[in-house]
Design a protein around this ligand. Structure first.
Ligand code: P1T
Length: 389
């Protein structure tokens, strides 16, 4: 794994974790094989073969992926889970105890808020929310019991940017672990560990997998002590990524750089088109010069990703009409796949967030989230134009 660290992102994404095995008797596979065996035979009772005992604890295909994940996030360790939420659960439950407190961003994926509000709180762990654009609000929300700070680099769905270096400084001043969900940018456009984050996680279901055909969650980090605790929970609770899914994610990562470049190029074209359209109220995309946090984003990220949001003029029925008229762009939850996906957060991905809370943070009934795929940009613009007409 460390061997490949001297290379650029694209090279690490392709080679890390799956160097061909050229030893006597090995076949020299160029692509990591899928090891479906759930258990591994050994010669002696107390000597696992090459460290492999049982696939929940360690599996060669998942390990190849975990090594690649560490390499693309410039981390010492990677871990792969059966979903993004399984990865989040492992971070919280692996590190916190009854009585601990989390300060989290007020704009997070709806499922993350549901996990915090409805599940984590039942275990005596409290959660406070702070405006992600206001670093002092985070500091004010810290209590003596605070153990974690939690943000998304680009928030879902409102595209708010967290100032990672400033928040890391606050977290570390108070001895708090800083967790960053980098799903919207992927490791290609940003590496939060280098800006001071302690733990990076992604829903690999999105850009890292990239093809809307695999559910997964990943965690990358440097500190061995934190890695051991999360890895212990991963094995003890069991929500590991399956070997076949690990293979799909490995395959996805090999084209991550190519895909992200095209996602961002297309998203900018679509955002610029939407911005001048009379039926659209406001367009939020980090690549637009009108974007409120343009300078901050440019300072800490290498690109803008493929997700944008905008408001349709009119009411929820106008928004629904627009969404159902689209022909190329699928009306569906999720994001980050090669195909463009569109959704209405208030009724779909963030419907589990209470209406008052949605209103407070700005998830209106006409807010549309668009994940721009890697189709031809003009076909996407034409589709949007006919649906808005
Ligand atoms: O769906 P899952 O792989 O469990 O990942 C959860 C998750 C975590 N973090 C972020 C930023 C996410 O966007 C998600 C999942 N999001 C969607 C399904 C969605 O449509 O927004």
């Amino acid at each position: 794994m460390k061997e490949t660290n001297k290379f650029q992102f694209e090279t690490r994404a392709i080679h890390a974790g799956e160097e061909p095995d050229m030893r006597e008797g090995a076949s020299g596979d160029v692509a990591a094989p899928i090891h479906l065996s759930t258990t591994f035979a050994r010669h002696e009772v107390d000597v696992p073969t090459a460290g492999y005992e049982y696939t929940r604890s360690l599996n060669p295909t998942r390990f190849a992926l975990e090594s690649k994940l560490a390499a693309i996030e410039n981390a010492n360790h990677g871990l792969a889970f059966s979903s993004g939420l399984a990865a989040e659960t492992a971070v919280v439950m692996g590190l916190l105890r009854n009585g601990d407190h989390i300060v989290a961003s007020d704009d997070l994926y709806g499922g993350t808020k549901r996990l915090f509000n409805k599940v984590v709180r039942e275990f005596g762990i409290t959660v406070s929310y702070a405006d992600v654009m206001d670093t002092t609000a985070f500091e004010r929300a810290i209590t003596p019991a605070t153990r974690l700070m939690w943000v998304e680099t680009v928030s879902n769905p409102l595209i708010k940017i967290a100032d990672i270096a400033a928040l890391a400084t606050i977290a570390h001043k108070h001895g708090i672990i800083f967790v960053v969900d980098n799903t919207f940018l992927s490791p290609y456009f940003m590496n939060p560990l280098e800006l001071g984050a302690d733990i990076v996680l992604h829903s690999a279901t999105k850009y890292i997998g990239g093809h809307s055909d695999v559910l997964g969650g990943v965690v990358m980090l440097n500190e061995h002590n934190l890695y051991e605790k999360i890895q212990y929970y991963q094995n003890a609770a069991g929500a590991v990524m399956a070997p076949f899914d690990s293979y799909l994610v490995i395959r996805g990562i090999k084209t991550l750089a190519l895909r992200m470049e095209r996602h961002a190029e297309n998203a900018l074209k679509v955002a610029e088109f939407l911005e001048q359209h009379p039926s659209v109220n406001r367009v939020v995309y980090p690549g637009l010069s009108s974007f409120g946090q343009y300078d901050l984003h440019k300072r800490q990220a290498r690109g803008n990703g493929g997700v944008l949001c905008f408001e349709i003029k009119g009411d929820v029925n106008d928004a629904k009409r627009f969404l159902s008229r689209l022909q190329v762009i699928a009306l569906a939850e999720s994001l980050g796949g090669v195909e463009s996906l569109v959704e209405l957060p208030s009724l779909m991905t963030h419907s589990s967030v209470a209406p008052e809370e949605r209103a407070k943070i700005g998830i209106t009934d006409t807010l549309v989230r668009l994940s721009v795929g890697v189709e031809h940009a003009q076909d996407l613009i034409d589709d949007i134009e006919q649906a808005l007409a």
